[in-house]
Design a protein around this ligand. Structure first.
Ligand code: ARG
Length: 464
């Protein structure tokens, strides 16, 4: 039912907006999150209007004072957001006008909510990107600490989830450090395109006032201005590419989580996850469930979904601004929230991982992980690789029948598979020998793992 006292949007309208429509079109429940950025943007705009002679000194002073009071109210939780005022922009502007009168009504000169909202989101996202990049680097530090302790810890490396070759646990963890390095690079690269000022585009075509956009940009710490007014108010590609970068962060953390879950399973028994990161079962008393990594894996789907949401939101929109764009906020906010919480929780979880080196070593032995090393040994003695491959295949089959590891066979037994095998073969059949031989940049030899850790630490120290 229409409230008798409800107000019309403007003199252009013959009746007020329907209650149902008000609720449908309002964004205040979520965009109030942009409030501080909205005020920051308004203050820069007002200063610019004053500078170019469009706003008097008294009006500017009133606006600055009024906004300071409003900001204090918001921070103290005293500000009452009104659904009738639709969004964060109109809520703040109306409150300003209630406080300071006509000066408040002059603030919107040469501006539209279209360039205003685009500015707010960019300001907000820029700050969040900086926080996320820092959090990703903190996770890298947690991974590096664990890798350093395990630079020599032997574990099986897998392909097809079958034991392949010995690696060190430190080397395995460093793979994730590399992924996160690229993730941070992507976030920082995306930030360069986020950090451009839309304000001045007004509704879509620019404004007839003698505005100084460069001044506003420098006030707000933007690297430059968006150079086409239609593009400035309408595109959200910066939000899409941020979400894509976020989806990759989550994808990497999801893979790590999947591994933690497998490694914690008693069939592997490679690690333990601290009790504070696990939960029990309400029916099975013996259970300890890796809920946190499972949720990381699950929440990855959520961020991937947000990416598709934003791409779909954009694809059919004609230039310039359309109300569709109001739907950009919830997926973007949730992407930031999910990433922030996930990076924090994973970093802390990694600090509580207990490694079980005996189980890792046992798995290396059971899987004939040094078979490639034996083949390489024969090749170095002159046998063509394909023949060496076959000779070792026979040896593995024999060892499996004997329920022994290759390194447990005698020299006489090994000699039956190739006359080239000598006493020095045992140097390559041990996991340590295998690891040490892979000593090039990117290899799993403990010296290389330590060198890679040092490089990453130096990079992180430089970034701070
Ligand atoms: N709440 C709107 C949004 O989030 C602000 C811009 C509205 N502009 C307009 N002309 N209706 O996009």
């Amino acid at each position: 039912m229409q409230d008798e006292n409800a107000k019309k949007w403007s003199g252009r309208f013959s009746e007020p907006v329907a209650e149902l429509v008000k609720r449908y079109t309002a964004s205040i429940s979520f965009d109030k999150r942009l409030a501080e950025c909205d005020i920051q943007g308004s203050l820069a705009h007002a200063q610019m209007l004053n500078r170019v002679g469009v706003l008097s000194n008294e009006d500017l002073k009133a606006i600055c004072d009024g906004m300071a009071a409003i900001l204090a109210d918001i921070r103290a939780g005293r500000f009452e957001w009104s659904l009738d005022l639709e969004d964060v922009h109109m809520n703040i502007e109306k409150r300003l006008t209630d406080r300071i009168g006509d000066a408040g009504k002059r603030l919107h000169t040469g501006r539209s909510r279209n360039d205003q909202v685009a500015t707010d989101i960019r300001l907000w996202l820029r700050g969040e990107i900086d926080t996320l990049a820092d959090l990703a680097e903190e996770l890298q530090t947690a991974l590096l600490d664990l890798a350093e302790k395990n630079a020599e810890t032997v574990m099986p490396g897998f392909t097809h989830l079958q034991v392949a070759q010995p690696i060190t646990f430190g080397h395995h963890l460093l793979a994730y450090v590399e992924m996160l390095t690229r993730d941070v690079e992507r976030l920082r690269d995306c930030r360069r395109r986020v950090n451009r000022l839309p304000l001045g585009a007004a509704a879509l075509a620019g404004t007839s006032y003698p505005i100084d956009r460069e001044f506003v940009a420098s006030q707000l710490g933007f690297d430059g201005v968006c150079e086409n007014s239609l593009d400035a108010v309408s595109d959200r590609d910066f939000a899409i590419e941020f979400t894509a970068a976020g989806a990759l962060v989550m994808t990497h953390l999801s893979r790590l989580s999947e591994e933690l879950i497998l490694w914690m399973n008693p069939r592997f028994g490679f690690i333990d996850i601290a009790d504070r990161y696990c939960t029990g079962s309400s029916i099975m008393p013996q259970k300890k469930n890796p809920d946190v990594p499972e949720l990381v894996r699950g929440k990855t789907g959520r961020v991937n979904g947000h990416l598709v949401t934003l791409l779909t939101l954009m694809k059919g929109q004609p230039l310039a601004y359309n109300k569709d764009n109001q739907e950009d906020k919830e997926p973007l906010f949730d992407t930031v929230d999910t990433l922030t919480a996930t990076l924090r929780v994973v970093a802390d979880m990694m600090r509580g991982i207990v490694v079980k080196p005996e189980a890792m070593r046992r798995a290396v032995k059971q899987g004939y992980a040094t078979a490639t090393d034996l083949a390489d040994y024969l090749v170095k003695k002159g046998l063509p690789f394909r023949d060496a491959h076959e000779a070792v295949a026979q040896a593995v089959r024999y060892a499996a029948d004997q329920r022994k590891d290759l390194a447990d066979l005698s020299l006489v037994e090994l000699g039956t598979f190739s006359p080239l095998i000598g006493g020095d073969v045992f140097d390559v059949l041990t996991p340590e020998g295998s690891l040490a031989s892979r000593s090039h940049i990117g290899g799993t030899a403990p010296v290389q793992v330590r060198a890679a850790i040092a490089r990453h630490r130096a990079r992180l120290a430089g970034a701070r």
